[in-house]
Design a protein around this ligand. Structure first.
Ligand SMILES: *Cc1c(COP(=O)(O)O)cnc(C)c1O
Length: 437
């Protein structure tokens, strides 16, 4: 299968090239040239398949032409070493818990899949591949854990000093092996600047193989479709869809997760409606209302993984629906919430339903409770474990410690190892060049 750029200003590439390069040469995002549909029979029997079996069928539609079946199955099964269960929260509202992976957030699925796919493509290549990732917290931990121990790949996680939480920091500074954490004297934007400059540095790229692992990479983005199919299967299995239509609500920042859902629907998954739940960073919400897309600097909120002012995957949504605002506004319904509203929802759901949402999932829950009508079932993607946001959540519910899951506790016990780095590009460059590889 070929992949084209959403900017349509550069030749199509192979899957391997799309994965290794990440971004197209014209700065567009890669899209698969075809989105293959499942036969209706697949959905009639889907409830008999396990999550891994479903994920393999979906992966096969994307990657089947490029990777032999046994290998692809191994990659999928190895990625999904944890479940993404559906938990009933209220009448007709379910939480799709995507936080049972190593770093307790949904990015684990895409990061693990990408690490394995990249490794597969590099099997015969002798040179070490260096993954550079700038993070404000969650992306770094998912990528570092996804790539941990994968041969032939070294990961550098750049993070701003003093600006990520202790829990987040522990998730990428305690790993060792092929993961190096770089603590940068500066902001997240400085980290991103260092990474972007390195990718454009011809001299450096002649000496070492560099690649990125952020959400624009097709290998991170497409596997996110897996759990939408599985949610449908599990609801069908439980008889919840007999006379009802399915609505998904997706807490969105860069819109990769939601776009993967839209692609699942294009593959035939019966979804009546998608909802994009935002915090105050609501440029897509505004676009859906007005037809005008006006990116702007992000503002800080308590749902900080959605603090994005210019969502990168929006280009994919425009491409998918040929820039047609009326089609897009039908496919996606927008909701937005202030920090105050998010706090109220967390408290309400905790008191009334005895379910603890994280600040991102809370936006998803609330949009469903406002949107749903009688013949619909709603699923919100619970994108992170509430323990990742202990401080916020405990203040809201006004009591006790949110229990730190064993996985997080284990990170906290590890020894913190990181290198200090200034925000000057020359320092970063000379550091990379002098690493023993
Ligand atoms: C990354 C992230 C999001 C946003 O996902 P996108 O695919 O960027 O829209 C939402 N919630 C959490 C917890 C995240 O880590």
């Amino acid at each position: 299968m070929k992949y084209y750029s959403t900017n349509k200003n550069t030749p199509d590439v192979s899957l391997k090239e799309a994965v290794v390069k990440g971004l197209a040469a014209d700065n567009g995002l890669f899209m698969p040239e075809r989105i293959e549909k499942f036969e209706p029979a697949f959905f009639e029997n889907i409830q008999h398949l396990s999550f891994q079996e479903i994920a393999f069928e979906v992966a096969n539609k994307f990657f089947g032409e490029d990777i032999e079946e046994a290998k692809l199955k191994e990659i999928v099964y190895d990625t999904l070493q944890f479940d993404c269960p559906l938990v009933k929260v209220a009448d007709s509202i379910y939480s799709l818990e995507l936080f049972h992976g190593p770093t307790l957030a949904f990015k684990d699925v895409g990061a693990r899949f990408m690490a394995r796919l990249l490794h597969h493509f590099l099997d015969k290549q002798e040179k070490l591949v260096n993954v550079l990732v700038a993070t404000s917290g969650d992306t770094g931990s998912a990528v570092a854990n996804g790539f941990l121990g994968v041969e032939g790949i070294h990961v550098y996680v750049l993070y701003p000093k003093g600006k990520v939480s202790t829990i987040q920091e522990s998730q990428f500074t305690t790993l060792g092996q092929n993961i190096t954490a770089l603590e940068v004297e500066g902001t997240f934007d400085d980290c991103q600047y260092l990474v972007k400059t390195a990718f454009l540095d011809e001299e450096l790229n002649k000496k070492m193989v560099l690649t990125s692992a952020n959400s624009i990479n097709v290998a991170r983005f497409l596997p996110q479709a897996f759990y939408y199919f599985n949610a449908y299967a599990r609801l069908k299995e439980a008889g919840k869809l007999d006379d009802k239509k399915l609505v998904f609500s997706v807490p969105s920042g860069n819109f990769g997760n939601l776009t993967a859902g839209l692609i699942a629907a294009e593959m035939g998954l019966p979804v009546k409606q998608f909802i994009a739940a935002n915090n105050e960073n609501d440029v897509v919400f505004q676009y859906l209302e007005s037809g005008e897309y006006k990116p702007r600097p992000s503002v800080e909120t308590i749902a900080n993984a959605m603090d994005v002012g210019a969502p990168s995957n929006f280009a994919r949504i425009l491409d998918l629906y040929k820039n047609d605002h009326s089609v897009i506004a039908k496919k996606i319904k927008g909701y937005r919430y202030s920090d105050e509203e998010i706090r109220k929802v967390i408290l309400k759901v905790y008191n009334e339903q005895e379910y603890l949402c994280d600040p991102h999932g809370a936006c998803g829950y609330q949009s469903l409770s406002e949107y749903l009508s009688e013949h619909e079932v709603g699923v919100f993607l619970e994108t992170a474990h509430p323990a990742k946001f202990t401080e916020t959540v405990e203040k809201v519910i006004g009591k006790g410690e949110v229990k730190l899951p064993n996985k997080l506790a284990a990170f906290m016990k590890g020894e913190k190892q990181r290198e200090l780095m200034t925000s000057a590009y020359e320092d970063f460059k000379s550091y990379l060049q002098n690493r023993p590889v």
